[in-house]
Write a protein that binds this ligand. Structure first.
Ligand code: NAP
Length: 315
């Protein structure tokens, strides 16, 4: 049996692993199907403090992993299929049947951006297609951008992207937006935002050299296809927290994100902690994930020392 286990290896999980390993809590770290998490699918990360020239996402994650290994974290490739958090030690079953036990568990399995699933989309992720305006907006200075979605995220991304783009077009599949009134009003009041409502995205179009040139849509009112020109297509149709494997063992909020006691990483199960995007619908940044990973490790340490009072109330 291990003292501690970390499930998920994005910035949150790896930071937790560094802190746990340095505290002599010998973590076993389950990597999942996408070791390194969402940052391994981006190119340059320009907003992680400490890298004035920027750093490539995969390199940043590789560095964090090496740092955790240096202090004794043990990594295991595998996909968690099932958990039993009903009593300690906690049990985690990997695909293939192997069972691992730990006295305390940190969940940092992240969230996955939803994609449209249309032709040309996946081929161009990181090369004209993005799901993160904060991460990639800067690369589209002086260019035309499309934002797909009609929710608060789409409004927020569209507003943010007007700092860089000459013009941002919001493409939404219905006439009415889903976004809250305040977010809609803000976007509607922004002179750089154009609207292509009642349009269903069909394909991310590229030119003969393979460079993104726009989004092919169907105009639902008239039934005809249109090409909306842009160099960047930002998909903002929501995220899915990766909590399915928990099978309801941990309390979640209405959106499926793990509920934590405000200001901490404590879940409703004493000894199970959550950090990073799996419990954060709001900030979703590498640096905030890393920060919450540190918090989870410190909470975990306190729990194992027996000095934590569990008076849980989720947010
Ligand atoms: P969301 O509210 O679920 O909105 C997703 C949008 O994407 C909807 O307009 C939806 O269209 C569209 N969509 C979904 N699947 C699609 C597909 N396959 N093709 C085309 N369009 C598709 O997600 P969200 O905007 O990420 O917001 C999630 C939660 O976070 C919300 O509760 C929101 O209020 C909150 N949030 C708050 C803030 C803030 O307050 N600052 C910022 C961001 C998010 P339909 O409308 O037709 O379903």
């Amino acid at each position: 049996m291990r003292k501690t286990m970390v499930i998920g290896t994005g910035p949150a999980g790896l930071t937790a692993a560094i802190y746990l390993a340095r505290a002599n809590l010998s973590p076993i770290v389950i990597e999942g199907t996408q070791p390194g998490g969402q940052l391994t699918t981006t190119t340059e990360v320009e907003n992680f403090p400490g890298f004035p020239e920027g750093i490539m996402g995969p390199e940043l994650m590789d560095n964090m992993r090496k740092q955790a290994e240096r202090f004794g974290a043990e990594f295991r490739n595998g996909w968690v299929e099932q958990v039993d958090f009903s009593k300690r030690p906690f049990k985690v079953k990997l695909e293939g049947g192997e069972e691992l036990e730990a006295e305390a568990v940190i969940i940092s399995t992240g969230a996955s951006a939803k994609y449209l699933g249309i032709p040309g989309e996946q081929d161009n992720v990181g090369r004209g297609v993005s799901t993160c305006a904060t991460c990639d907006g800067f690369f589209f200075r002086g260019k035309k951008i499309i934002v797909v979605g009609g929710g608060d995220s789409a409004m927020e991304e569209a507003n943010f992207l007007t700092r860089f783009a000459t013009e941002v077009t919001v493409v939404h599949r219905r006439e009415e937006l889903r976004a809250s009134k305040i977010m809609q009003d803000r976007a509607r009041g922004n002179g750089k935002i154009r609207w292509a409502l009642n349009r269903t995205p069909l394909e991310v179009a590229t030119d003969e050299t393979g460079v993104v040139k726009g989004l092919k849509v169907r105009n639902n009112a008239y039934g005809q296809e249109e090409l909306l020109e842009a160099q960047g297509v930002f998909v903002a149709i929501g995220h899915t927290p990766n909590t399915k494997f928990l099978g309801g063992a941990i309390a979640t909020d209405d959106h499926g994100y793990i509920a934590v006691k405000p200001g901490t990483t404590e879940t409703n199960v004493p000894g199970v902690f959550a950090c990073g995007d799996v419990q954060d619908m709001r900030y979703r940044q590498a640096i905030t994930a890393a920060g919450s990973g540190c918090m989870a490790a410190m909470d975990c340490e306190k729990f194992l020392e027996g000095s934590m009072v569990h008076d849980w109330s989720g947010n």
